[in-house]
Structure formats: C-alpha cells, structure tokens
Design a protein around this ligand. Structure first.
Ligand SMILES: [Zn+2]
Length: 147
C-alpha cells in the first residue's frame, strides 16, 4: 500500500424537490389559513401527536383523527441565542424552546421571542404568534411568546 493517496475535493450541486406529504400539508394549511394548530390522535393509545404523523410511534397504529390543540402551551426547556448570524430568523437575543402545546402529548421545538431572556423559565406559559402573510412554512407560527 502506498501512502501517497491523493484527495480531491469537489462539490456536486444536486437540484431536488420534495413534498411535505399530506399530513404536514394539512398541518401547515390549518396554521396559515385558520390559525389552528392540529395534531392527530392515535386510536389505540389516544396520544395526540403534533406535528402530525401518519403512524403512532408507540403502537404503530395508523392515525386519522385530526384534533385541534391549543395555541398556548408550556415551555419545557430552552436555549438562549445571543450571537447573530445571517441565517437566524429573529434578532438575538431569542431562544429555541421545547413546547408542549395544550392537548398534545408530544413536544415541538420553536422560536421563543423575549427581549429579556432572563425572564424565561422552564414551566412558564407561552402562546403562538402567527405570521401575518402565511407561506405554508412552519414559520407561519412566527414564534412563541411568554404570556
Ligand atoms: Zn398509539
């Protein structure tokens, strides 16, 4: 074996498209058009999944019952962002939070807007703030804010 292997670096551009799928499509449409956050309920264990999944992670049952969950929930944990980069959706300081919406049995991760991050506490209540012009993106919930 020779040690003089050459390594060439390159970059391949691969254009692609993908669809959100029927469940995420409905989820984003309800958020954008009706300002409702929807989940699906497992017929066996009765857990409500947000965002919606087709199959229960625990029972492997197909889930088809849509239920509206609250626009408010509980902040279970968070991390504060203080340094700015070009890709950030909000101006620091802000936080990424783990949120359990009222009526849901799963958590979502989303932005938490609070100008004074010292006021954030695990267990506090937060509420969704919807983007004025829906674009069928998860950021149609622009952020959550403490209530
Ligand atoms: Zn289940």
């Amino acid at each position: 074996m020779s040690d003089d292997k050459r390594v060439f670096e390159g970059r391949i551009k691969v254009p692609y498209k993908h669809t959100a799928g029927a469940y995420v499509e409905k989820f984003l449409t309800e958020i954008g058009q009706n300002r409702k956050i929807m989940g699906v309920k497992c017929p066996k264990c009765k857990k409500v999944f947000v965002p919606p999944k087709m199959v229960c992670f625990e029972c492997f049952e197909k889930m088809e019952e849509w239920v509206e969950v609250g626009n408010q929930g509980t902040l279970k944990g968070f991390t504060v962002v203080t340094h700015k980069t070009d890709v950030m959706p909000l101006k620091p300081p802000f936080a990424y939070g783990i949120i359990r919406l009222d009526g849901a049995d799963t958590d979502i991760v989303h932005l938490i807007k609070e100008s004074d991050p010292n006021k954030l506490k695990a267990g506090m209540r937060v509420e969704a703030s919807f983007y004025a012009k829906p674009r069928k993106r998860i950021l149609d919930i622009e952020y959550f804010k403490p209530i």
